[in-house]
Write a new protein. Structure first.
Length: 134
């Protein structure tokens, strides 16, 4: 099967997609990234979910497709450490408390950044915003 991959040409998306592509090549599939040559005769598409509406092309061509999400998983329950920390996965009471404190610290930090952004955008006069967008 010849598979066409669609993803942004940035490491956080390209690296996992090329790893998947190599695994599929090892299983005797032809893999093509759509910003390269040799895209004719595709049998299916592998789409990064960040490419909004890319599936419409496959739908229009009646071509099978699959979405792949290259996002990091954030477990806000505290049962596993957030991916931002280098903590090992452990199930001891101390580790669960550490994980939950890490989640709380992250959400507090994130909340401050979101609130700071809201204050900045509210303090800019509307006529300045409209002049800069022209």
């Amino acid at each position: 099967m010849k598979l066409g991959f669609v993803c942004p040409n940035v490491p956080g998306h390209l690296n996992p997609m090329t790893a998947l592509g190599r695994q599929l090549q090892a299983r005797d599939h032809d893999v093509v990234f759509l910003y390269s040559s040799g895209t004719a005769g595709l049998d299916a598409l592998v789409l990064d979910t960040v490419q909004f509406y890319a599936e419409l092309g496959a739908i229009q061509l009646a071509m099978p497709y699959v979405h792949v999400s290259n996002a990091l998983h954030f477990d806000y329950t505290g049962y596993t450490p957030l991916c931002l920390y280098g903590w090992p996965h452990q199930t001891t009471p101390a580790a669960l408390a550490r994980n939950r404190e890490g989640v709380a610290k992250f959400t507090r930090t994130l909340g401050r950044k979101v609130n700071h952004y809201a204050v900045i955008t509210q303090s800019v006069p509307r006529n300045v915003m409209s002049r800069t967008s022209n």
